[in-house]
Design a protein around this ligand. Structure first.
Ligand code: B12
Ligand code: SF4
Length: 494
């Protein structure tokens, strides 16, 4: 085996043409931490692994196939959220045609949600892995290796396959068989750090409003979320129990990132960074006491922050917090089982601003039960909150969520999953005329927030360095790219 070769290869798959062209303009890519985590786990157990982040490397499908030919894997792992299922299926078909002896495995949110039926509808995949991938994948790869990587023999060996928890295979009649659900990993400190050495790290520069210093590197400090928001698909894989890495383990990873990549900032991708106060205190304490000179940003809920906590976070280097506010209409928040109030939203944003931490408030347009008038109330609410940034997305009922199950009660749902990217309206609540009306509200939200003279002036006064000018410039380009994109979609469809 040459140094290029590996038994297991993970390949990311490109976004839709439209998404790809937007990203070409703004040049932003994000590391596939799930794949890097799986690869690290395999490497730690003596299995050779590689990752081709085709998206970040801007590889054409032919170039991806050529890379596979060089790496000569026995197993190819693909990952899929809902909007990327179609492109992944196409890629799997191309791989199957050129490398029929390679075992093609699909994991991730979409696969976990549709594990019962996916293999009967998509003949391109051999095996589905669900939910959390590390242990099932290792067991699968070890069993395949024991079968001398002979795919035909392996896939026919139901006695072996049926004993691997967390997979789906086909029985002799082609029917999918789902094996026992594996337990989720309880001690996350037992996992190795993501195998970033397999990734083109220099390509992953967060968007302008998502970093204050570079290099800014993405880290996950926890898995799972104990809440049950009706629109959220996060828990489909990682479950409803919050599992935390120890703060010491996270600090060790940050120190490695400082040493290996010169990291100056950490972008935590956790669902709710303030969910466990004791844990957060300890993490901040170490960051402060060790004088690590690290800035960081994260996401959380408005109902689990308080002024003292926010001041401590600021002292430890936190410069931005992302809040999923979703709506300015209480009745809609209640329908979403968000379990937050508008007062909690106001307090959280005010306290965060006062602590000197920037805020991103995120909103959903076209929620179940919403009318355009209610969307305008949400936009008005967004402006009144004075967050540093406001994100507006269209409601996307992901399979597996309650709003997907109940979509028919509140509106019309388009089942073209390739459009489930949170920018394309796929759900038209009964209160809206059509998709175009939703696009207009989305655009109104962004324009009302960002194109205010007071906002532009505030940003100008905040300029302290050339880096700030660069961030503002890239931010403007990003915003215009998205506005242009939604306009183009609107024209094409109407
Ligand atoms: C980070 C993140 C992103 C990053 C992507 C980073 C990247 N390059 O992968 C960014 C910010 C770019 C992003 C974008 C989007 N995201 Co996102 N994102 C997340 C987030 C917060 C964490 C994902 C992560 O890295 N987890 C850490 C790793 C360790 O876990 P993992 O990826 O789940 O992988 C594990 C398992 O899933 C499994 N597994 C995964 N893949 C594979 C493959 C194989 C072969 C195997 C065996 C196992 C396996 O094993 C892994 C290890 O245990 C999740 C929420 C969440 N908490 O899961 C949403 C989430 C995945 N995103 C979501 C969405 C909707 C989007 C967007 C469409 C939204 C948007 N417009 O911004 C876009 C995608 C646009 C597009 N057209 O594709 C949804 C997906 C829902 C769905 N069913 O489709 C989620 C679940 C959040 C939600 N809203 O509910 N996202
Ligand atoms: S939206 Fe946030 S708080 Fe709600 S379930 Fe999802 S991750 Fe948890």
């Amino acid at each position: 085996m040459t140094s290029e070769q590996a038994d297991v290869l993970f390949v990311t798959c490109s976004y839709s043409q439209e998404e790809a062209s937007t990203r070409q303009i703004i040049k932003t890519y994000t590391p596939p931490l799930g794949m890097a985590s799986l690869a690290a786990y395999l490497l730690g157990h003596g299995v050779s692994a590689a990752i081709v982040d085709a998206l970040a490397l801007e590889l054409t499908p032919d170039a991806v196939l050529d890379r596979i030919a060089q790496i000569k894997p026995k197993v190819i792992g693909l990952t899929s959220i809902t909007s990327l299922f179609g492109p992944n299926k196409r890629l799997a078909g191309q791989i199957r045609a050129r490398f029929p002896e390679v075992l093609i495995v699909l994991g991730g949110h979409h696969a976990s949600t549709f594990k019962d039926t996916l293999l009967s509808e998509a003949e391109e995949f051999d095996i589905v892995v669900y939910p959390e991938g590390e242990i099932p994948l290792l067991n699968l790869v070890e069993a395949f290796s024991a079968a001398d990587w002979d795919k035909g023999t392996f896939l026919a060996d139901a006695a072996t396959l049926s004993k691997i928890p967390g997979i789906v295979y086909r029985d002799h009649s082609g029917k999918p068989v789902v094996t026992e659900r594996p337990p989720l990993i309880t001690d996350l400190d037992t996992l190795p750090f993501p195998a970033r050495q397999l990734l083109p790290m220099e390509r992953y520069i967060p968007l302008p409003h998502q970093h204050s210093r570079l290099p800014a590197i993405h880290v996950m400090g926890s898995r799972g979320c104990p809440y049950r928001c009706a629109y959220c698909n996060n828990t489909a894989v990682m479950g409803t129990k919050l599992r935390l890495r120890s703060p010491e383990n996270i600090i060790q990873e940050i120190n490695e990132l400082r040493r290996d990549y010169g990291a100056r900032e950490i972008f935590f991708w956790d669902d709710t960074i303030t969910a466990d106060k004791k844990w957060l205190n300890r993490l901040c304490d170490i960051l402060i006491n060790e004088k690590m000179d690290i800035t960081w940003s994260a996401a959380t809920r408005v109902d689990i922050v308080n002024p003292e906590m926010l001041k401590m976070m600021k002292r430890s280097g936190c410069w931005r917090l992302f809040y999923g506010v979703e709506s300015g209409v209480q009745e809609l928040l209640d329908l979403l089982n968000k379990r937050t109030t508008l007062d909690q939203v106001r307090n959280a944003i005010t306290w965060t601003n006062e602590a000197g931490i920037e805020t991103t408030a995120s909103f959903m347009i076209a929620l179940p039960g919403e009318t355009p008038e209610m969307a305008k109330e949400t936009i008005k609410f967004a402006l009144s909150l004075k967050p540093t940034y406001a994100d507006f997305h269209v409601t996307t009922p992901f399979p597996g969520t309650r709003i997907y199950e109940e979509a028919g009660k509140y509106g019309r749902l388009n089942m073209d999953f390739s459009r489930y990217d949170c920018y394309e309206p796929v759900f038209v609540p009964f209160g809206y005329k059509d998709e175009e009306e939703i696009r207009k509200m989305l655009s109104l939200g962004k324009r009302s927030f960002y194109f205010r003279p007071s906002y532009a002036l505030k940003k100008l006064f905040q300029i302290r360095s050339l880096g700030d000018i660069n961030r503002i410039y890239r931010g403007l380009v990003t915003l215009l790219a998205f506005l242009k994109r939604s306009k183009r979609f609107g024209r094409e469809k109407h």
